[in-house]
Ligand binder design. Structure first.
Ligand code: F6R
Length: 590
């Protein structure tokens, strides 16, 4: 959450920073700001709202100078106000800081500094600017003061500092939040994510926890925790990582839903040896535990089902923020499968670190190359589905499922069977999407006045119901609840009344008969039933047809129209599905 960027080069910095911030907006969009260095002064503009609004109101891109820093915010400490937007400054407006993370001891630091410094915001970040001010000595380099300041900080941060004390120089540090350098021709960037500068350079250097980097337009120096200079050559990112444009779609969410057949094929291109080694980790372990949040957790629930039904391995799924409470049972015989699109989710990282301390092996399933999770894992399987920009995860979910099919079928010694079927399914889904075969926009319109939805399913499809409900909540702001259909009669049935929409995932698999019985129960109480199935039924008031597939593959085909349903429900309500309120894509706070 929150995106930071710094630029030093020969071009005007502000437009470069603005373009970079636009690519980081998925990390936060409640306010934004830029500070540049020019003519011996700092020039700062910031405001609340989405980046384009802030640009319209404040003309961020007109700030002068060839170096500067920028920020997009997802508020943690302090409300959404212009005063709380970054960059933050010291008393003299001589030091500007953009920060991602949380400074846990900021209140104590603020108390200490308040005696001699004037604070103007409610943020934790502002203490950093005042600390640097406190430690800045005449004639000494900026990095010396920043290095001393970060020693006082407890918590997580990726931060970048600019000051007219050394125009053209930026100092950035990392502890627990992502930070990457971009090395261009006569210009350098530092950012939360390399997507920020990919249109300018693909040469990157990943910064590790405890490190500090000093950059100017033509050099970068990295220093370790002990202050010693480190040599780390840049790596070249490959083309598959560069795909963050809307390509004719109005929304990333729709584009990414439509990309799912390609995502399946991309994820299928796993190196066989790497896959075998990952499966080996699982087969040698006594306990298998998935840990993840949100959409990735729903994928893990399907993974658990596949491990059981295909590979006959029992496993458990623990929500990452709850993982620590199960720590006592984790040991050397445990393999933890951490599932995270971003690889930066703080709760997942914390659980994984704890598991490693207890001797467990960690297999991570990640989309973002170079993420923090990748670096603390024993083995990593990458989704390879390309950058996912929409806050609502869609194609990464499909790709996570593909990884679980591959792992489960590898464990069962039937990998070829799965790869053939998944490739065939990708083609079928592509045809359906191209032919616009799901009648969801009409149903979304019809139900756009409803304010609560229930999603029911059984077996492997139950987690699909959970994922579909989450999508509707986050992009259409509609209350949605999912449950195993058999659970309805144990309480929730009391909420079903005339016209209550119930989405029933009812494919022709082992769950069909019982599902229809549960559908009849809600129907008898007046529910409006949206049947998602490969076979129509008289009980359905609306029918969303999915292709008929072998039982274990139904999640792949049933989630797609339900993602579309959430998307069109947001559109029908006049909402922006790419930037749902209160959310951010990369959740780097606990
Ligand atoms: C929902 C969504 C979130 C994420 C969750 C975990 O659409 O995107 O629920 O799935 O925040 O994020 P990752 O997978 O990056 O760990």
């Amino acid at each position: 959450m929150c995106g930071i960027v710094g630029y030093s080069g020969k071009r005007p910095a502000a437009p470069a920073l603005l373009a970079a911030l636009a690519r980081l907006e998925y990390r936060g969009y409640d306010s934004a700001g830029i500070a540049t260095v020019f003519g011996g002064d700092l020039h700062i503009k910031k405001g609340i709202g989405k980046l384009e609004q802030v640009e319209e109101n404040c003309s961020l891109s007109h700030l002068p100078g060839n170096s500067g820093i920028g920020h997009v915010r997802w508020a943690t400490h302090g409300g959404v106000t212009t005063g709380n937007a970054h960059p933050h400054c010291d008393c003299e407006h001589y030091i500007a800081v953009a920060h991602n993370g949380i400074i846990d001891n900021f209140e104590a630091l603020k108390r200490r500094l308040s005696k001699t410094h004037t604070f103007v915001s409610q943020t934790d970040t502002e203490v950093i600017a005042h600390l640097v001010e406190e430690y800045l000595e005449p004639g000494a380099p900026l990095e010396q003061a920043v290095g001393r300041a970060v020693k006082d900080l407890k918590g997580t941060y990726a931060l970048v500092v600019a000051s007219p004390v050394e125009p053209g120089k930026l100092v950035a540090c990392r502890q627990g939040s992502p930070l990457v350098l971009g090395i261009g021709k006569g210009e350098t960037y530092v950012a939360s994510d390399f997507q920020a500068f990919l249109d300018s350079t693909r040469q990157v250097v990943f910064i590790e926890d405890g490190e500090m980097v000093v950059l100017t337009h033509n050099l970068f120096h990295i220093y370790g925790r002990d202050g010693k200079r480190l040599r780390r050559p840049p790596v070249m990112l490959d083309n598959s990582l560069v795909k963050a444009e809307k390509e004719g779609y109005d929304y990333f969410m729709l584009k990414e839903i439509m990309e799912q057949p390609d995502a399946i094929l991309a994820t299928l291109r796993q190196d066989k040896q790497t896959l075998q080694k990952a499966a080996g980790l699982i087969s040698r372990s006594r306990n298998v535990v998935f840990t993840a949040c949100g959409t990735s957790r729903h994928a893990a629930l399907i993974g658990r089902y596949l491990f059981s039904s295909v590979a006959h391995r029992l496993s458990d799924v623990i929500i990452a923020s709850e993982f620590g409470y199960f720590g006592e049972a984790v040991n050397e015989e445990t393999v933890v499968i951490a599932v995270s699109q971003s690889g930066e989710t703080a709760d997942v990282l914390e659980g994984v670190r704890e598991a490693k301390n207890r001797g467990a092996k960690v297999l991570s399933i990640i989309n973002t190359v170079g993420s923090s999770l990748a670096r603390v894992s024993d083995r990593v399987l990458y989704l390879g589905c390309g950058p996912e920009i929409s806050v609502a995860a869609t194609k990464s979910f499909i790709s996570q499922l593909v990884i679980f099919y591959l792992l489960a079928f590898t464990l069962a010694g039937r990998l070829e069977e799965a790869t053939g079927e998944l490739a065939r399914l990708a083609a079928e889904i592509k045809e359906n999407l191209a032919a616009n075969n799901y009648a969801v926009p009409e149903v979304a319109d019809l139900l756009s006045g409803k304010d609560k939805f229930y999603y029911i399913a059984r077996g492997i499809n139950y987690a699909v119901a959970g994922e579909a409900a989450l999508k509707l909540k986050e992009v259409a702001y509609v209350h949605a609840e999912s449950m195993p259909a058999g659970e309805l009669k144990h309480g929730t049935l009391a909420l079903i009344e005339e016209g209550t929409p119930v989405v029933a995932i009812t494919p022709c698999d082992v769950t069909r008969e019982h599902m229809l019985a549960n559908v009849a129960e809600v129907k008898a109480r007046g529910a409006f039933v949206i049947g998602v199935s490969d076979l129509p039924n008289n009980l359905f008031d609306a029918f969303v047809e999915v292709p008929q597939v072998a039982e274990v593959y139904y999640p792949l085909v049933s989630i797609i129209p339900l993602q579309l349903f959430a998307f069109y429900s947001a559109i029908a309500r006049g909402l922006d599905p790419d930037r749902p309120r209160n959310l951010a894509k990369s959740v780097t706070v606990k």
